[in-house]
Design a protein around this ligand. Structure first.
Ligand SMILES: [Zn+2]
Length: 421
């Protein structure tokens, strides 16, 4: 079974022309959902699927699904699905998303050309989800949230961009406001191929990563209220400095993050990435500070433990520095373990093809995270050069793209045999 590397490369390169940006080095593209560049990318994808004999449908929020019915497959059997997204962040790279979409299509074409086709008992569906990046309409994993029943169609269609344009109108204007809802829960299994966006595969010299878990993510705002006062006239014993207190909190959280990372497998991370200081003047003792807290890990218990120490730190600072504090959790997403059956299918495919694989976790969220809540899901990674992503410098070697696609094709074949367990 041979992946056609040139065909895959041509697909990704031609897709890269839509929304292409002038980058000083590398190759950038800006493809936001519901824009002209997005229409061109979608049109071409639909054409390529039709060329390969797939049956294409578009749902109400623009998710595109293209299904192949192998010769001996039961057309009514739950399909094995695979795919990713075609949208990008502003000035993003050409592989984040498209590798998973066109790798999925190439995997299907590879199976069509192999003698494995006759043994496949399930249909295979290639998917392109609407707006994974969340750049225009916000939220992220937009299309997969609807396909997994997490978000209602009406709510999704009513969402607006910064100019007040609704999703419904944006999709209508590019001809991708379809019918019905893609139901990910009806799939037998789902696999997503993606670039790693990290350096672990490159460092180990392994061409394919098999994802164990996609990390959970919690966001919270910590607030510190002291007393704004004259920086010159207020003595050191007379002030309640909200920023000085907040600074101790930042260090407490970092220490706790480091401890948990060292105690576990290094997957836990804790960050204060945002601060707002009031009134934010050099000659005023800060009266109020808000901090944005981001905590992630593959174990929800660890995330909880880190967030709990954040609360302990606030209590200490109230006692020692007389500030008032508040702590509000805004985003709380549990880690998404990848399904054992999907991981086995990927491992077996690698072993059968003589391709080395490495188990690793994903620190970034992907559509597979949503899909894993409603059916068996798995992910595989191709190496990212220097770990760069969301930049025109993002790069994955064409050979590595083909190698990962070869593993994807093998895993799809393993899963599309109905009695595979
Ligand atoms: Zn992506």
């Amino acid at each position: 079974m041979d992946v056609n590397r040139q065909r895959l490369r041509r697909d990704i390169e031609e897709n890269a022309a839509f929304g292409a940006t002038d980058a000083e080095s590398g190759r950038g593209r800006t493809v936001l959902a519901g824009t002209e560049a997005n229409r061109e990318a979608r049109d071409r994808f639909v054409d390529r699927c039709t060329d390969a004999g797939l049956e294409v449908s578009v749902d109400a929020v623009g998710n595109v699904a293209a299904t192949w019915f192998p010769e001996n497959a039961d057309p009514e059997a739950a399909p094995v699905a695979t795919g990713s997204h075609l949208d990008s962040v502003p000035e993003g790279g050409i592989f984040d998303g498209p590798l998973g979409v066109y790798g999925a299509l190439e995997a299907v074409r590879t199976l069509q050309e192999s003698d494995l086709e006759r043994s496949l008992e399930r249909p295979v569906t290639v998917v392109s989800f609407t707006e994974e990046e969340g750049t225009r309409f916000g939220g992220g994993m937009f299309g997969s949230s609807v396909a997994t029943g997490r978000r209602s169609v009406d709510d999704a269609l009513a969402a607006t961009d910064g100019d007040g344009i609704a999703v419904e109108d944006a999709l209508e204007s590019i001809g991708y406001r379809g019918e019905g809802i893609l139901d990910a829960g009806a799939w037998d299994a789902f696999l997503e191929l993606h670039v790693e966006q990290d350096t672990r595969l490159e460092e180990r010299g392994v061409p394919v990563g098999i994802v164990t878990t996609i990390t959970g993510i919690a966001h919270a705002t910590a607030e510190f209220v002291g007393e704004a006062n004259h920086a010159g006239a207020t003595g050191m014993d007379e002030r309640t400095d909200a920023l000085a207190a907040a600074s101790e909190f930042v260090l407490d959280l970092e220490t706790r993050g480091r401890e948990h990372a060292a105690a576990g497998e290094g997957t836990a991370v804790a960050t204060v990435g945002k601060s707002r200081v009031h009134p934010n003047a050099t000659n005023v003792v800060p009266g109020r500070v808000e901090l944005g807290v981001d905590v992630r890990d593959v174990e929800y218990d660890t995330m909880e433990a880190i967030l709990e120490t954040a609360t302990t730190s606030l209590e200490r600072l109230e006692a020692e520095r007389s500030v008032e504090t508040g702590f509000e959790r805004e985003i709380d997403v549990e880690p998404a373990p990848m399904d054992r059956r999907c991981r086995n299918a990927l491992e077996r495919a690698g072993a059968e093809a003589g391709i080395d694989t490495l188990e690793l976790h994903s620190g970034a969220a992907h559509d597979a995270m949503r899909v894993s809540r409603v059916t068996d899901a798995g992910m595989l990674f191709a190496p990212s050069e220097d770990g760069l992503s969301h930049t025109p410098l993002e790069w994955t070697d064409w050979e590595d793209c083909a190698t990962a696609t070869r593993v994807l094709a093998g895993a799809l074949a393993n899963l599309a045999v109905a009695d595979e367990s």
